[in-house]
Design a protein around this ligand. Structure first.
Ligand code: NAP
Length: 492
């Protein structure tokens, strides 16, 4: 049901890449669908000296190619945007913003609601939050919500410091920490698959699941993000947040309801059950790699612009994760992510154990395979369930047959994009698809141990661009008698 949301939205970093590529198109789609309509204004703020007119041209340009972006609606939408040039480290900035927010609230009858969106480098998050409070930008008559982009910290200590500084200005129920994977359709559908199907619900545990695999493969290299990536690497950029969130959704117990509190509690119980690693276990169970290549598009990582020639930043991670939760003890969660891999695809595969009693062994089928369910998260979106069945023919041979479903390209194009989902949730005050501090605490503490193990070792295996990572990644699973599940051909 469409319900218009009234708000004055302030975007810190209004001239940046994220705002232009993701936030303005998402806000436009919300406008198109009536979630934003008459009673909203957007203030974009950054240092460069733009006028409102220039800013509105930037908004229009960022909407080129968007569904429904015809001239009249783009013009009407952009008329709600205002630009305020200032440096966020300057307290006077916030006084100007406070006055402009109040003025726009009156003009658009925004109900005193304030959404502050931090689309800026993380080192500014704390200072912006504390200035919002000290310079009295918080509204007394409506809600005040803070949306924070990733990365949330660099390790546990910096994440805690950031969290403390934000908590001194905002309560936890006012904070919306973005992990944009939680806005993706197929991630949101994980709960429906698990808890809406009696066929899966009773077998989704250690009694029936052999292993779970999560691959987040990127086809691109570091591109223009070397400055950030050199300080992060694949472990911090992808594992601490997206992969851990996917583990939480795959493994969490059924929440009592779909309320944010119930879902967060269920996720927290899983992330707090990540089996602690010693440094030696971290070194044994995680491998890293750096891409190499000899074409202009796929050269060595250390030859990329902005990358140090002796860089020890990993562009690939694979690991074996265990949980202490009683439903999952002993079940390995194999995860991997990397740049310049074979193709872009995020896939989650649950490999079930084979049936214990194999009546087909005497007729020539000694090794009956377990079923597997693959959830294709992106770019293709759908499922594949592999079942055993009789092969056609006189003899009784059992083979594996895939049951496939994919949403069509048209359906995907018409579904809300992750940022549209998440901004709509933040406007509606629904925190379900945002991360909580206890989740971040648990995942940073886990990941810090891996970092510690790697920092103590100079080893940096390489892998060919266009491959699925270094051979050490395959060896890791082979050590446990497993191999990677991967659909390399799904419908691009
Ligand atoms: N880009 C993405 O696809 C993406 C994806 C996921 C997460 N993120 C996260 O989103 C955030 C923003 O990323 P981005 O790629 O949009 O960065 P960006 O393109 O570098 O934009 C940074 C913005 O901050 C402004 N800014 C910098 N210093 C400022 C200051 N002292 N006072 C006021 N404004 C200042 C810049 O404008 P001026 O130079 O004019 O001041 C610009 O608008 C980061 O936390 C990033 O990790 C980005």
């Amino acid at each position: 049901m469409t319900q218009e949301q009234a708000s004055v939205i302030t975007i810190f970093g209004g001239s940046g890449d994220l705002a232009r590529r993701k936030l303005y198109p998402a806000l436009f789609q919300l406008y198109r669908h009536g979630i934003l309509h008459d009673h909203f204004a957007v203030i974009g703020t950054a240092r460069r000296p733009w006028t409102n007119e220039y800013y509105r041209d930037v908004i229009a340009t960022s909407l080129e190619g968007e569904a429904g972006a015809v001239s009249d609606s783009v013009h009407a939408f952009a008329s709600h945007f205002y630009y305020q040039s200032h440096d966020v480290t300057d307290a006077d900035h916030y006084v100007t913003l406070r006055k402009l927010s109040a003025q726009l609230d009156d003009k658009y009858s925004a109900g005193g609601n304030r959404l502050f969106y931090m689309a800026m480098a993380p080192q500014f998050f704390g200072i912006i939050a504390s200035h919002i409070r000290s310079e009295q930008l918080l509204s007394a008559s409506g809600y005040n919500r803070l949306v924070i982009e990733k990365p949330f910290g660099h390790d546990f200590d910096s994440a805690k410091e950031l969290n403390d500084s934000i908590n001194s200005a905002f309560d936890e129920d006012q904070i919306y920490r973005i992990d944009h994977y939680l806005g993706k359709e197929m991630v949101q559908s994980l709960m429906a698959i698990r808890f809406g199907n009696p066929v899966f619900k009773p077998i989704w545990n250690r009694d029936y699941v052999d292993n779970v695999q999560i691959t987040l493969a990127e086809a691109v290299g570091v591109e223009e993000r070397a400055g950030y990536y050199e300080t992060a690497g694949a472990l911090r950029d992808m594992v601490q947040n997206h992969i851990m969130q996917l583990i939480a959704y795959v493994a969490m117990p059924e929440p009592e309801s779909l309320t944010p509190a119930a879902v967060h509690q269920a996720k927290r119980s899983i992330l707090e059950s990540l089996k602690p690693l010693t440094t030696a276990q971290a070194a044994d169970n995680f491998v890293r790699g750096q891409y190499v290549g000899d074409t202009p598009d796929q050269r060595d990582y250390v030859q990329e612009d902005g990358v140090a020639a002796d860089s020890k930043t990993e562009t690939f991670v694979a690991g074996r994760i265990e949980l202490t939760d009683s439903a999952w003890t002993g079940v390995p969660f194999y995860v991997r992510t990397g740049k310049h891999m074979t193709r872009k695809s995020t896939q989650i595969t649950v490999n079930f154990k084979p049936t214990e009693h194999n009546i087909f062994a005497p007729v020539g089928c000694p090794d009956l395979s377990g079923n597997s369910l693959t959830i294709f998260v992106e770019p293709e979106e759908g499922y594949r369930l592999v079942v055993n069945s009789k092969q056609l023919g006189q003899d009784y041979h059992v083979g594996q047959f895939p049951l496939n479903f994919r949403h069509t390209a048209n359906e995907i194009a018409n579904a809300p994009e992750a940022y549209e989902h998440l901004i709509q949730d933040a406007l509606a005050g629904n925190q379900t698809n945002f991360t909580r501090w206890h989740e971040l605490k648990a995942t940073w503490q886990y990941v810090d141990k891996i970092r510690e193990a790697w920092d103590a070792s100079p080893d940096m295996p390489t892998y060919e661009s266009g491959s699925m990572g270094p051979s050490a990644s395959d060896d890791l699973l082979a050590k446990y008698g497993d191999s990677w599940s991967w659909d390399g051909s799904a419908n691009d």
